[in-house]
Design a protein around this ligand. Structure first.
Ligand SMILES: NC(=O)c1ccc[n+]([C@@H]2O[C@H](COP(=O)([O-])OP(=O)(O)OC[C@H]3O[C@@H](n4cnc5c(N)ncnc54)[C@H](OP(=O)(O)O)[C@@H]3O)[C@@H](O)[C@H]2O)c1
Length: 266
């Protein structure tokens, strides 16, 4: 991506700035970014509305990693628009319904908006939900031998930065996927080829997986949502590719090999 010029310092608020996508959006934006979260340099806490206004003051665009509760997003958006924000880019997810309350809050903001609907992230295997199991050598999920076009979050961050900084993306909902649909068995084989440490795959019942997530402290809604999304991989509903990366970036999405080369496995 070309470097950003003509954008004021600290003028783009990046929510979730310490997370998987926000961290990369922040890096790509450079001085234009104002990284925000509970632990970032700008304090922003969804649970503490008093932190919202100081965080948005002086910004004109926001990368929105949403809270778990859509009501908080609907409350936050008018605060941002009142403060002068004119562009919102939301990280949503593949399969979100068209009346999704998170997406509706953004679309009804009065600001320019872009929605990103990515597939499951490749980085889940080394930075998030699947990482502890992969490290321990055994992953159990209810995805059967279904295949899915996992996406490298680098691509999501690049698409977000284009939508945040360039014209022509207002009113667009971009479906984003990786270039190839692969099964969990294949993913683990490829990880093992890089690390040399075998990781077994077990296809478990959805109820067993949801219970395991609750046991790890995930709230019921999140455990049920993640389980439902994995079952959609099992049933083949999530195998199709999407072309949002090509449409926005004019290049093919990063491959699983690209991801592995820049992951903690390398
Ligand atoms: N993982 C996937 O495969 C996948 C696929 C599609 C869509 N998504 C969507 O991606 C989103 C998560 O994005 P991500 O993966 O980039 O983030 P992430 O890695 O899950 O990190 C979460 C970020 O949110 C911040 N945060 C947590 N609680 C907060 C609070 N109360 N107030 C303010 N900030 C808070 C965290 O920072 P602090 O702890 O410093 O506050 C962190 O920066 C979710 O909405 C999910 O639905 C994920």
């Amino acid at each position: 991506m070309s470097t950003l010029s003509g954008i004021n310092a600290s003028s783009i608020l990046v929510l979730g700035a310490t997370g998987k996508t926000g961290r990369r959006v922040t890096d790509l934006l450079g001085p234009a970014a104002r990284p925000a979260s509970r632990s970032a340099s700008t304090r922003f806490d969804w649970a503490v509305p008093d932190t919202w206004e100081p965080a948005v003051a002086g910004t004109t665009a926001i990368y929105v990693v949403p809270p778990e509760n859509p009501v908080l997003l609907a409350d936050f958006v008018p605060v941002a628009v009142k403060a002068g924000v004119t562009r919102l880019v939301l990280l949503s997810m593949r399969g979100a319904p068209n009346d999704d309350p998170f997406e509706s809050a953004i679309k009804e903001s009065g600001a320019e908006w872009t929605i990103l609907r990515p597939t499951w992230f490749m980085q889940n295997f080394d930075e998030d939900i699947f990482a502890p199991s992969v490290q321990q050598g055994a992953l159990a999920v209810p995805a059967g031998q279904g295949v899915h076009p996992f996406i490298d979050v680098v691509d999501i961050a690049e698409v977000a930065v284009v939508a945040l900084t360039r014209p022509g993306h207002h009113g667009q909902t971009y479906d984003l996927s990786g270039p190839e649909a692969v099964s969990f068995t294949e993913v683990l084989t490829r990880i093992t080829a890089v690390t040399g440490s075998p990781v077994s795959y077990a296809d478990i019942a959805p109820e067993e997986f949801a219970a395991a997530m609750r046991g790890l402290g995930y709230p019921d809604e999140i455990a049920d949502l993640v389980t439902m999304l994995l079952v959609r991989i099992r049933t083949g509903e999530e195998a199709h590719l999407s072309d949002g990366v090509q449409r926005v970036l004019g290049r093919e999405p990063r491959t699983f090999a690209d991801y592995l080369g820049s992951s903690k496995f390398a």
